[in-house]
Design a protein around this ligand. Sequence first.
Ligand SMILES: [Zn+2]
Length: 285
Amino acid sequence: MIIDSHVHAGEYHRHYTAEFADQMMATTGRPPQALSAPEAALIAEMDAAGVDMAFLLAFEVSRVEGFSVPGEFVAEMCARHPGRFVGFASVDAGRPGAAADLRHAVADLGLRGLKTAPCYLRMSPADRRWYDVYATAEELGVPLLVHTGYTPSKKADARYFSPLLLEPVARDFPGLTVILAHLGTPWTGPCVELLARHPNLYADLSIFGSYRPAPTVAAALEHARKAGVLDRILWGTDYPFATMTASVARMAELAGDPGLWPDGAPLTPEEHTALMGGTAARLLG
Ligand SMILES: [Zn+2]
């Protein structure tokens, strides 16, 4: 079972602003129009890469970026493809009613997770305005996938990039499962150490696993193994910012080539299976 734990719903003309697409795609070497996941193309990419299921994310940043990918849109895609997607809602705690929005998304739309983008919203993830939202997610038993690390968006606030900002959240909501996106890139070391301090924290490999050199990814995974948290790392791509086919091949390369690893010990078959989907399946119950 292969599960991509970080996939963005949304289409170039329909959802994103040209400014956002320009800034975000510039670092990938692909055109701004590639920031698009039309339903048929996404399903075709999953099938080509052997991806059984994906966490499909809404994205609520309209207060700052002027657009959103709504939970309703995500829920409709989930309904058209039973068993292929786990839909994630997205809310902005800088607006009134965010916790109620999450409750509606879970109770009425059938979404099963929450994606937040604090730095894009110019808020710390530890800002107290999020606490109603976190308490609601904890009560409803839905995981939080939170952006951590760098983003090329010029409207984002770089003071809120660090994964370490999640420490008070991990402590104050021990029953909330929190997935730190992008392994906190470029702060992957501190991110791994933070996971070691809090058992309710996970991290995904999206973007980092696709774009950093293979030995760099291997070194980060070896760090996670030594810190005892490799079983809380999830494979993901951030599609359409990266392709699934190339990323699946990259992970297979990491499992098969001892020469890429500082200690010469590549992923075991069990570790590889867990990383590619076993851990995500366990997290969802
Ligand atoms: Zn993302």
